[in-house]
Design a protein around this ligand. Structure first.
Ligand SMILES: CC(C)(COP(=O)(O)OP(=O)(O)OC[C@H]1O[C@@H](n2cnc3c(N)ncnc32)[C@H](O)[C@@H]1OP(=O)(O)O)[C@@H](O)C(=O)NCCC(=O)NCCS
Length: 172
């Protein structure tokens, strides 16, 4: 079991007890509509089904000081290493996504030896675009991508992050 730590966060594998928190925060349309795969409305059954897939590199973002569930992050190996993240709305705007994504991709580059990861952000989600730019990711094309919550394709900007760019950004 892999547990990652950063200054304010613990990234740990999800467990069945997380289903309630996932359902509460992912039921928020403002969260779901910025992701490609989260349906709306969202039920405990959706959370159960997601956890049953049992992917290897998925993490709950937990606040270190009180153990609070803030959101989730992770990546999957199909189609290159695509990573993603989401936080419950009360936890936006405090740098948690940047901190969690930074720790996740650092793990991918350093511990797993991956050279390149990528992530997409919908055109109307500049905060996510900003998180990715802060990591050192570069725009690598745009295309329409299905968004389950909106029930239609949405313009999505793909961002590529290489190990070299990530290290360069850290050193800057
Ligand atoms: C996108 C999301 C993960 C950001 O989380 P967060 O913890 O608030 O992000 P951070 O605080 O680490 O960083 C956000 C950055 O975007 C900036 N930002 C916020 N709103 C912005 C806007 N409208 N335009 C441009 N930049 C914006 C912030 O100022 C911050 O940059 P700074 O640290 O340089 O000031 C969060 O809003 C979320 O979970 N949204 C719903 C799900 C989602 O969008 N997931 C990502 C799918 S690609």
């Amino acid at each position: 079991m892999c547990i990652l730590e950063s200054e304010r966060l613990i990234l740990r594998p999800p467990r069945p007890l997380d289903i309630q928190s996932m359902t509460v925060w992912l039921s928020d349309y403002d969260v779901a509509r910025m992701t490609s795969r989260v349906p709306h409305p969202y039920s405990e059954g959706d959370a159960e089904a997601f956890l049953a897939l049992g992917a290897e590199h998925r993490f709950v973002i937990q606040r270190k000081r009180d153990g609070l569930f803030l959101g989730m992050t992770g990546f999957h190996a199909e189609d290159g290493y695509e990573f993603g993240y989401w936080l419950g709305k009360p936890f936006w705007g405090q740098g948690f996504a940047t901190e969690a994504a930074h720790r996740l991709v650092g793990y991918a580059f350093q511990a797993l030896g991956i050279e390149t990861v990528h992530a997409g952000w919908f055109y109307d989600n500049p905060a996510s675009g900003h998180v990715l730019a802060k990591l050192g990711a570069r725009h690598n094309g745009s295309q329409m991508r299905d968004c389950r919550a909106r029930g239609k394709p949405v313009l999505c900007h793909d961002m590529l992050l290489t190990r070299a760019d990530f290290l360069r950004k850290q050193a800057a």
